[in-house]
Write a protein that binds this ligand. Structure first.
Ligand code: ATP
Ligand code: MG
Length: 502
């Protein structure tokens, strides 16, 4: 047995994050850690990885009681963690980040840069990651950053590796690569703890599973002895089916028309429309240009050619401000960086985009603000101490929910959702689908970019597929995963950068 956690407790001020976190991991097993957003998964793992100190309980490492005070101590015991939020140094290169703090050195103590690059390049190549050792991390998409985190943890050559949602921003083929890595670790007798919200991953990867609810371990056992529905029941503490199905709607008139939109080299001659009352899905591999398309329509990136029409009239969108004025909303993919003011309260974040509706005569109406905040925290089940809590203090999934709610509060006619369900728990996913359905029924036009094929098939009325900067197909909502894959992946080449490095 590698690791035993008994009755771990942790509080942050008045918030009890863990009341009884218990778990044990053997060498050579993949142990899943499940639970709703805010259940305490990341907190428990940060304690194991030496990033947080526990308030109570016991941690045994290879049979010995230990107290780890920092990540360096954890690393010296052979414990490494791939983080949910990227902790990389943005201005350094991929290679520098992989070796940060453990660089190979030359005799006089200088960092051996040649070797850093060479070894990083080999690591990247071994795992077929679409990265270059010399690229700067700040230019990478969330998926690219995740891959760097993974390389970094593997490079440490640990005996326990913790993956906190490693695939939440990855596409199908990259997810398979992560599975391959995890299985390889298991075969080399490494213990793996794996946190995920993707239910399909349970059977694909897990040997045993532990479920946390409200900071407490409520179930622990072998994967073969538990059904997926039972795991969900343990997580949410009530009956819930993960199967969502939506009544199709009769679409209305075309609200947004995109014609020949081009932005070299990422978007090539793109034409499509969104209709009122319709949810249009958008599938594609990472790097196909889906995020770039949303950004271009929303005025975040300039376009080279093409026309955008709203309600039939050509419009010039040169900035997000123009886009908002035209009734557009973008719920971005990289919500940590672009979606939230992490230092400010939840209530402020929720109403930031819609100050008009919570101010009277230019003065902020706190009662209105609080009412809105209360309504949406309840609807999306945002787990927080109060709406005054700083958004940055929320768990990863709850931050996503705030970023989504912010645009729902504002109200718009055309919504661009970029990976709306990334990192959020089963219950909240269904909640988000219901909100999208309500918006559509109220006449909004919705574009839903998603790498989760099962979700597109559950929710979308129609599915567009992008490949290498072009629309490569349009499929009906009730299609098959095979059809989507065929359109998405003829030549698999994924650029993982948002802006192509020079
Ligand atoms: N630094 C902090 N300050 C205050 N509260 C915190 C802090 N970090 C976590 N919390 C709170 O502790 C609780 C558990 O958070 P944690 O991040 O462990 O959840 P999680 O299970 O990883 O959720 P998710 O699935 O959303 O990532 C949450 O209520 C969160 O708001
Ligand atoms: Mg977490």
């Amino acid at each position: 047995m590698l690791l035993q956690l008994k009755n771990i407790q942790k509080r942050f001020g008045g918030v009890v994050a863990l009341r009884n976190g218990s778990l044990d991991v053997n060498a050579g097993e993949v142990h899943l850690l499940m639970g709703e957003n805010g259940a305490g998964k990341s907190t428990l793992m940060k304690i194991v990885a030496g990033m947080l100190e526990r308030d109570g309980g016991e941690m045994l490492w290879q049979g010995q009681g230990v107290h780890l005070h920092n990540p360096v101590e954890a690393a010296s015991h052979g414990i490494a963690m791939v983080h949910q939020e990227s902790l990389l140094a943005p201005h350094l290169t991929v290679a520098e980040n992989i070796f940060l703090g453990r660089e190979p050195r030359l005799p006089l103590g200088w960092v051996n840069r040649g070797e850093v690059i060479q070894r990083a390049a080999r690591l990247i190549e071994d795992h077929h990651f679409p990265l270059k050792a010399e690229w700067r991390v700040e230019k990478l998409s969330p998926a690219g950053k995740q891959m760097v985190e993974i390389c970094r943890a593997i490079q440490q050559g640990s005996s326990l590796l913790i993956f906190d949602e490693p695939t939440s921003s990855l596409s199908e083929s990259e997810t398979q690569e992560v599975f391959h890595i995890v299985r390889g670790l298991r075969d080399r007798n490494v213990g793996v703890i794996y946190i995920t919200h993707r239910l399909e991953e349970l059977r694909a990867i897990g040997d045993r599973v532990t479920v946390l609810r409200d900071g407490e371990t409520v179930h622990s056992g072998s994967m073969s002895e538990v059904t997926t529905d039972q795991i969900i029941r343990h997580m949410v503490g009530r009956e819930l089916t993960s199967i969502y199905s939506r009544e199709p709607v009769q679409p209305g008139e075309e609200v947004l028309q995109v014609e020949h939109l081009t932005r070299e080299p990422v978007l090539k001659d793109i034409s499509f429309c969104l209709r009122a009352g319709e949810i249009t899905g958008m599938a594609g591999l990472i790097g196909a240009g889906r995020t770039e398309l949303c950004r271009a329509i929303f005025g975040l990136d300039p376009i080279d050619r093409g026309t955008i029409r709203i309600a039939g009239k050509p419009v010039h969108i040169r900035s997000p401000r123009d886009a908002v004025a035209q009734g557009l909303a973008l719920i971005p993919e990289d919500r940590q960086r672009t979606g939230l003011a992490t230092a400010l309260p939840i209530s402020y974040n929720l109403t930031l985009a819609s100050l008009g509706s919570v101010s009277r005569f230019g003065i902020l109406d706190h009662t209105a603000e609080r009412k809105i905040a209360a309504e949406y925290t309840a609807r999306l089940r945002i787990r927080a101490e109060s709406s005054k809590q700083r958004a940055g203090r929320l768990s990863g999934g709850n931050q996503q929910k705030v970023a989504i709610a912010k645009w729902l509060v504002r109200g718009a006619r055309i919504f661009l959702f970029d990976e709306p369900t990334r990192g959020i728990d089963v219950g909240a996913k269904v909640e988000v689908f219901q909100v999208m359905d309500e918006l559509a029924r109220g006449g909004a036009a919705i574009l839903m970019v998603s790498s989760e094929m099962t979700e597109l098939l559950q929710v979308a009325d129609r599915i567009l597929v992008m490949r290498q900067g072009r629309i490569s197909g349009e499929l009906p909502g009730r299609t098959t995963p095979e059809q989507i894959m065929r359109c998405a992946a003829f030549e698999v080449s994924a650029a993982t950068t948002e802006e192509h490095p020079e």
